[in-house]
Ligand binder design. Sequence first.
Ligand SMILES: Nc1ncnc2c1ncn2[C@@H]1O[C@H](COP(=O)(O)OP(=O)(O)OP(=O)(O)O)[C@@H](O)[C@H]1O
Ligand SMILES: [Mg+2]
Length: 374
Amino acid sequence: MIKFENIVKKYGDTTVIDHFNLEIQPGELVVFIGPSGCGKTTLLKMINRLIEPTSGKIYVKGKDITKEDPIQLRRNIGYVIQNVGLFPHMSIKENLEIIPKVKGEAPEAIEEKTVRLLKLVGLDPDEYMYRFPRELSGGQQQRVGVARAFSTDSDIILMDEPFSALDPITRNSLQEELFNMQQDLQKTIIFVTHDMDEAYKIADKICIINKGKIVQYDTPENLLKNPASEFVADFIGKKRVWNNPEVIKAEDIMIQNPVKVSPRRNVLQAIEIMAENKVDSLMVTNKEEELIGLITLKRIQLEDRNRSIEEIMERNVLTVAKNDSLVTVLEVMNRKKVGYMPVVDTSGKLAGLITRSSILAALSNQLIDMEVEF
Ligand SMILES: Nc1ncnc2c1ncn2[C@@H]1O[C@H](COP(=O)(O)OP(=O)(O)OP(=O)(O)O)[C@@H](O)[C@H]1O
Ligand SMILES: [Mg+2]
């Protein structure tokens, strides 16, 4: 959808964007984040040609943007700038309708859209449509700014620190609003912020930038789990994984090769296998490696040694999926009062086993990695 290809921007001898390469897929919300002056605004402004690169190319929907008329290009890309940029002498309605009018959309359709967009950003159209920007609070103006970016009907929206001037509560509600709108409308959005918490709340992917270069481009989960460098770890905050247990997945805490047994074995053999492996339970899997049951030493000890595992195993085994979060796993284990939890992949194959001690081991590793102090 949007592709930066080897973009360099120099002012005199100073390189502010340094061989920047990035591809953004349709419908993704990508957050640009990095220290002040790292080049975020410059990158955004290059997409709608408010700034031209020194070298390199930008493609929007596969087309080299230098081949397009800049005015036309801008009309088709929503842009929210930090201080909103509403026209002060125009009503909210006029502010929202200016681009659709220029584009020649039908008047009734425009009016209908204005009402819909105001509702979408949580402003009552009857109350606010005919007001002027100065008659709105800062947060309400920001909402109009967001609505205006969507009024272009463009698939692409650029947002440069749109919520930075807001109080935490308004900011939170606008983040929610944006997230929900994005779920419904599936725009491609580049969102610039200084605030990592904001990035985590809204981003599909986060692009961490330093000195005009990408330091890491990844999903929020992967950034938390595998920061590519000290810079990233510092930037996202060392304690963050600990603060976000939902990013720790079942597969991160499971034992990879739990001891298995075939359903055709008998009780005697199963007890032998347990003793050999120093475990008190076994996963029963079929030829396809699918989990079909479970046996525990406590239960099978009382059984006739010749009975087959198939006859006596517990069949309704509770499982979790590989990408269920630690929060889910703990919740299920506590609710069902079980001490272990098999993990299966999407095709039902046994992937691993979570036990209380595997959870503790994984968490203490995390803590050592993160150098959390108590
Ligand atoms: N017209 C210009 N002439 C010279 N240098 C410029 C010009 N415009 C921007 N710069 C420099 O380019 C670098 C990147 O600026 P940019 O506005 O993209 O940063 P940013 O990441 O958006 O920062 P912030 O988070 O503070 O908004 C900065 O060091 C800035 O000083
Ligand atoms: Mg900026």
